[in-house]
Design a protein around this ligand. Structure first.
Ligand code: ADP
Ligand code: ZN
Length: 217
């Protein structure tokens, strides 16, 4: 099963993606994580991406598309995957269609995680992530057992440099302009499955799983 997960930054898309990955044994392809890995390793791709990410802007399409195409050729994608953070605009969605068609493959469903902006702002600015394994925590709602240390792997837990109120506001705006139109794009194909994350991720995920079943997945 090949999935895309869509949702505003901080909507809970990442958490839902992690659960879906486990439930359906999918490869998890997060473009944000791929960029952050490249930044940490100081690769040319990372150096270019960082300048855009820190402004809350999108990394240029050609760079992003090449990175995803490369990742999709990894053998672990043969068992099915969940694309998290890609596509983020219509041009990327069209490029994805093309690369999948060339392999005789397609996207089976698009998971849409909904959440209100004020809730997002509160959750994202209190969010912390593990530098080593990417696990997500929250100083207000899901603190680590030991301050600053990951419960999962013992790595350092830090605030992402783009999780400050100004950049979050900018990312939400970028999302509205670029990513929201994707909902219509995929709605026309009848493959959207919704979950609402205003209350908690459990309810959100149950409705997503029910929606996938409805599509026969
Ligand atoms: P969030 O969804 O919480 O904003 P991500 O980790 O998905 O966080 O992405 C962080 C940043 O990485 C984005 O603000 C953007 O600059 C860049 N990025 C991630 N995915 C893409 C993409 N598909 N196209 C362009 N830029 C991207
Ligand atoms: Zn960790």
């Amino acid at each position: 099963m090949n999935l895309i997960i869509l949702g505003a930054p901080g909507s809970g898309k990442g958490t839902s993606a992690t659960v879906l990955r486990e439930t359906y044994s999918l490869a998890h392809i997060s473009t944000g994580d791929l960029f952050r890995y490249n930044i940490k390793e100081n690769t040319p791709l990372g150096i270019e991406a960082k300048s855009y990410m820190d402004k809350g802007a999108l990394v240029p399409d050609d760079v992003t598309i090449r990175m995803v195409e490369d990742r999709l050729n990894n053998p672990d994608c043969e068992k099915g995957y969940i694309l998290d953070g890609f596509p983020r605009n219509i041009a990327q969605a069209e490029a994805l269609d093309k690369m999948l068609a060339a392999k005789g493959s397609k996207i089976d469903a698009v998971v849409y995680v909904k959440c209100d902006d004020d809730i997002i702002m509160d959750r994202v600015t209190t969010r912390r992530v593990c530098e080593k394994c990417g696990a997500s925590f929250n100083v207000k709602y899901m603190p680590t057992k030991v301050e600053g240390i990951c419960d999962v792997c013992g790595g350092n837990v830090v605030q992402r440099s783009d999780d400050n109120p100004e950049t979050v506001a900018k990312r939400l705006e970028t999302y509205r302009i670029n990513t929201q139109p994707l909902i219509d794009f995929y709605n026309e194909r009848g493959i959207i499955v919704e979950g609402n994350n205003n209350v908690d991720s459990k309810t959100c995920i149950s409705s997503i799983e029910a929606g996938l079943k409805n599509l026969g997945l």
